[in-house]
Design a protein around this ligand. Structure first.
Ligand SMILES: [Zn+2]
Length: 136
């Protein structure tokens, strides 16, 4: 059974050299833990390795470290905030556009209602001498 420990065990073949990682052969780095595979190998002892080696294996499989994950998650949350802000601004501008369109339509209706067909000047099809439309 695989277990996480705070130090290398004494049953590792390298234990006599100061408890070293079965993979990289280095002593445990401060803050790192040991992955004990629970496998005992003849002439080798307990097969266990350091968190750095585990991290390297995980990285090779496409996994990300907790620090990298935290950075990605933070970027993701920032992006969500930006998208929400952008959506709110779009919605706000759509309201402004709608209001302006209604005001333009109202102004056009008001102008049309003031138009008096009786006093309108009729324009002939024939141009006058100067080329301007001829008022009847
Ligand atoms: Zn190692």
């Amino acid at each position: 059974m695989i277990q996480v420990r705070e130090a290398f065990s004494d049953s590792n073949r390298l234990a006599t050299q100061g408890q070293l990682c079965s993979i990289c052969g280095a002593p445990l780095q401060a803050g790192n833990r040991v992955i004990d595979t629970g496998t005992w190998i003849e002439m080798e002892g307990t097969f266990e390795f350091c968190e750095s080696c585990f991290g390297e294996m995980a990285k090779q499989l496409g996994w990300v470290s907790p620090d990298r994950f935290q950075a990605l998650w933070s970027d993701y949350e920032d992006a969500i905030v930006l998208v929400n802000d952008a959506e709110a601004r779009v919605e706000q501008q759509q309201t402004v556009i709608q209001t302006l369109a209604e005001e333009v339509a109202f102004a056009a209706l008001e102008r049309a209602s003031r138009f008096d067909p009786e006093s309108a000047v009729e324009v002939s099809e024939e141009p006058d001498f100067d080329g301007a439309p001829n008022a009847a």
